[in-house]
Design a protein around this ligand. Structure first.
Ligand code: ATP
Ligand code: MG
Length: 562
């Protein structure tokens, strides 16, 4: 498996994606001498896995071409923007390992240049102040089949436009009463080119500029200017902006930038059975359906980190997914595959029992504790060994015992012998039940000759189960996650609400762990043998009351049909 990833990486460096081919051509033709990309988030929510794709793509291009990568907040729409989001976004970008050039940038820092750019357009006769209401502007715009109509204000003189625009800035006009529009073509087949609004009057307090401005630029006007100011060569964005590209090109051309940036679109990343899209995630958070933006069932970067995903696993995932020109959904199982691949050789494999059943070894000396040598990772000797205590009373997984076993069940049942992992063979001799007939204790005898590593005369058993010694066990909470979304019903209901899987979170309060977790901290991850990969929760875990999140299960060889 390790080789497979290597092969994929190799392939990617040999076969270039369509963006790299376009960049190669631009460099060859001398359009640009240096490659500069950017990630331009709007600080109106936490970043999700889709944004991680954009970050790693943009950063990766800058790295490949020895260029620069900027982090710039696209904060031109103050209403939904918050400092909390700015901070979380910076933390996420850094965690992913994308190193941005110099200072963090804010589009709002360029408001003065954007204003000057608008004045320049007015002076060129390429922009005008329009008094139509939003509704009227929509009516005049026409449809996909019909051309639009010119605004009655379209032919205002340059002088009048300059005066009115300045007055807009000075606060002479109420919100929504006037806009500045680019003068392009009301008959254009591309509706984005039908004299788009580029500035509006809106009294909104901005998280960065406060009340300094009462006019704000529109995205399609602001974005190319931000790119040009920063010397961005390739402005990589997602497909929904394809129809806006002619406007992007118009803005950089009319403003006569010496090296105009070039927009290139790629398909958004979607995953099956998860909620991506800030809007939808925000709803789940606001409605209290999940426990905050970093609830481990979400695919925000903060949630993936809390759940135990690593930056390496996310980078591996993005390499496997590649860059595409058409929308499609990637199977979530691929992300699971990447985190398993990343952790399986790196992390120790510990004994932890999640659904405990007591096992008593009747012929083992009472009060004796024996420390067994256990390899930390059978596939990676470099991780060494540790001592795991063994005793007369143990916990095993309740599903590792059955009173009446089905065919091919090789674990414990009356009369059967199994190996206790890294310890001895035990044979089930008796069981104890409670009043309602549930098995509460399994009794066994052990064979001292079968100690793991001692050879044991070639005798074989078919099942190996894990265990934790009762006396020295640590009690912990373990949280198991399933898809937040009920797959059988699709992600969204007709009314736009999310089909929540009622079993998306299972909390197991009394799990028992071997005692080798001293000094473990939030964010540390482990394999629990036979149970999957688990990560200590950063928020809720305490040194004396550990809480683990299941990152991902192992592929299990035998599943009971319950
Ligand atoms: P959402 O669709 O979740 O609301 P957004 O596109 O509004 O996200 P922005 O903060 O505006 O979020 O996006 C920052 C950058 O991330 C943009 O360049 C955008 O194209 C890119 N991006 C957003 N979602 C995805 C995705 N699913 N896959 C790849 N890139 C994405
Ligand atoms: Mg957006």
């Amino acid at each position: 498996m390790e080789k497979e990833t290597e092969k994929v990486t190799e392939k990617n460096t040999v076969t270039k994606n369509f963006i790299e081919l376009a960049i190669d051509k631009d460099l060859e033709e001398g359009k640009y001498t240096e490659i500069c990309t950017r990630f331009p988030p709007e600080p109106n929510g936490y970043l999700h896995i889709g944004h991680a794709k954009s970050i790693l793509l943009n950063y990766g291009l800058a790295q490949k071409y020895g260029g620069k990568f900027n982090l710039r907040f696209d904060d031109t729409n103050p209403t939904k923007e918050k400092t909390e989001f700015v901070e979380s976004i910076i933390a996420d970008v850094e965690w992913l390992g994308a190193r941005y050039e110099g200072e963090i940038r804010f589009a709002s820092n360029y408001f003065p240049q954007m204003y000057e750019a608008a004045v320049k357009l007015i002076k060129k006769g390429k922009a005008y102040v329009c008094d139509l209401s939003a509704e009227e502007i929509r009516e005049y715009r026409g449809t996909l089949k019909e051309p639009g109509k010119n605004s009655p204000y379209r032919d205002r003189s340059i002088e009048e436009n300059l005066r009115l625009f300045e007055e807009m800035k000075e606060g002479k006009y109420p919100d929504g009463s006037k806009v500045l529009r680019a003068k392009i073509d009301m008959a254009s087949p591309n509706i984005n080119m039908r004299d788009p609004v580029i500035y509006r009057v809106a009294r909104m307090t901005h998280h960065n500029t406060g009340d300094a401005w009462c006019i704000y630029p529109m995205y399609d006007f602001a974005h190319p200017i931000e790119d040009a100011i920063e010397g961005i060569s390739h402005s990589i964005c997602t497909l929904e902006f394809e129809d806006h590209r002619p406007l992007y090109d118009w803005v950089v051309r009319e403003l006569e930038y010496e090296v105009p940036p070039r927009q290139i679109e790629f398909a958004k990343l979607y995953l099956t059975n998860v909620v991506t899209g800030k809007r939808y995630i925000k709803k789940l958070v606001d409605q209290g359906i999940v426990d905050g933006w970093d609830d481990p069932r979400l695919v925000t970067i903060a949630a993936l980190r809390r759940r135990g995903y690593t930056p390496e696993s996310i980078r591996m995932f993005m390499e496997l997914v590649g860059v595409s020109k058409s929308n499609s959904s990637v199977d979530y199982a691929m992300l699971d595959y990447c985190i398993r691949e990343d952790l399986k050789m790196k992390r120790p494999r510990m004994m932890a029992v999640l659904h405990p059943l007591k096992l008593v070894i009747d012929n083992y000396p009472e009060g004796q504790i024996e420390y067994l040598d256990v390899p930390n990772n059978q596939e990676n000797e470099a991780l060494g060994t540790r001592k795991v205590p063994f005793g007369r009373e143990l916990y095993i997984e309740s599903e590792d015992f059955m009173e009446v076993p089905p065919k091919k069940y090789f674990r414990l049942y009356p009369g059967n012998e199994v190996r206790l992992m890294s310890a001895y063979f035990v044979k089930c001799t008796d069981i104890v039940k409670d009043e309602s007939g549930n098995v509460t204790e399994v009794h066994c005898t052990y064979d001292p000759e079968t100690k793991s590593g001692s050879g044991f005369n070639g005798r074989k058993v078919k099942g190996t189960i894990h265990w934790v010694a009762k006396e020295t066990a640590i009690e912990a909470e373990v949280r198991l996650y399933e898809n937040l979304v009920d797959e059988s019903k699709g992600v969204y209901n007709e009314d736009g609400s999310v089909n929540i899987n009622p079993n998306s979170l299972t909390v197991l309060k009394k799990c028992y762990l071997e005692p080798n977790f001293e000094g473990a901290e939030g964010g540390d991850s482990y394999q629990f043998v036979r149970n999957g990969f688990f990560c200590i929760d950063c928020k809720d875990s305490r040194p004396d009351a550990l809480v683990f999140n299941r990152i991902v299960s192992l592929k299990s060889s035998f599943k009971l049909n319950k």
